[in-house]
Write a protein that binds this ligand. Structure first.
Ligand code: BMX
Ligand code: ZN
Length: 292
């Protein structure tokens, strides 16, 4: 059986793991350094991957952003400290000397969740609410990546035309209202300049009314997104993940908002089972099928 060196490049973390047959054998993680300078990311990747590469047969990368022809383009560069247009495939192939496969992180996680739920949903979306809001689509039991790698970027569907401007340039995207970063920004007027999404969430759990309004607005935007995906794609289930998506009571808030809509908009809404390793596991499973 092949050993895969799986890499997950997210908005706030860079993780690498050796995975064999869907099992994580060894995992290492560092914070993603917020830098516009591609050299900083290249050297962080080298430090993380070089010690593991000699034990792997191939590399599979799940990355935030759009992966088109091996180039990472940030739809929302704010989520990557301003980094944009990074030749991720070439850089990682050069560091490791191994066959390299790259897809978007939410697409990879969708594939992990499709398998984690025993492949019982033919049509499924995975929605992650994290640094950004991303999604991945499995339709007719196949992962859809799109001809330009963009498929599933549903966090940039419209939530509120009068909403805040998103880092992608459009006004009122779901991501600009619902993401962990957006929750933090919405908390600044109430709780101070350095407020993070986590701070607001903790205050919500403690019963603060301003924090509650912010988190409920996020959950309600995500519920509308779930409804839009369901009605456009005839989904069987939507899997919710990401650090916000899996935070205490968030799934219940989204379910409550969905329950106000007509039943045709309500898919089975279920939690991600693969947790923080969804991207790593999903991309290793996907690379396995790609190389068969
Ligand atoms: C953003 C976009 C998506 C990504 C999603 C979740 C960038 C850099 N990323 O919408 O590609 O899937 O965030 O990313 O434009 P995460 O980092 O929050 O997991
Ligand atoms: Zn956007």
């Amino acid at each position: 059986m092949k050993t895969c060196l799986a890499v997950d490049l997210g908005g706030t973390k860079l993780a690498a793991a050796l995975i064999c047959g869907g099992e994580v054998i060894e995992k290492h993680q560092v914070e993603t350094l917020s830098s516009k300078d591609p050299k900083v990311l290249t050297s962080a990747l080298r430090d993380l991957l070089l010690p593991l590469a000699s034990r792997a047969d191939l590399v599979a990368v799940a990355s935030t952003g759009i992966i088109n022809q091996g180039i990472l383009t940030a739809l929302n560069p704010d989520n990557l400290g301003g980094l944009d247009q990074f030749p991720i495939h070439a850089v990682i192939a050069d560091i490791t000397g191994l066959p390299t496969h790259v897809i978007n992180d939410a697409q990879a996680a969708a594939w992990a969740e499709f398998q984690a739920y025993d492949a019982k949903y033919d049509n499924l979306a995975f929605v992650t609410v994290s640094t950004g809001v991303g999604a991945g689509l499995v339709l007719n039991r196949a992962l859809v990546t799109g001809s330009r790698g963009i498929a599933g970027h549903a966090g940039h569907m419209l939530a509120d035309p009068a909403g805040p401007r998103c880092g992608c340039g459009r006004k009122g995207c779901v991501e600009a209202i619902a993401s962990g970063s957006a929750i933090g920004r919405a908390g600044v007027p109430f709780f101070g300049e350095s407020t993070t999404g986590r701070d607001v969430y903790m205050r919500y759990l403690a019963g603060d009314s301003n924090a509650t309004a912010i988190v409920e607005r996020s959950a309600s935007a995500v519920a509308q997104l779930v409804a839009d995906l369901t009605i456009s794609l005839d989904l069987d289930a939507v899997v919710l993940g990401g650090s916000v998506g899996l935070a205490d009571n968030y799934l219940t808030l989204v379910k409550d908002a969905l329950s106000l809509l007509p039943t045709v908009y309500q898919p089975e809404l279920i939690p991600a089972l693969s947790g923080a390793d969804a991207g790593l596991i999903g991309v290793s499973l996907w690379a396995d099928t790609e190389t068969k």
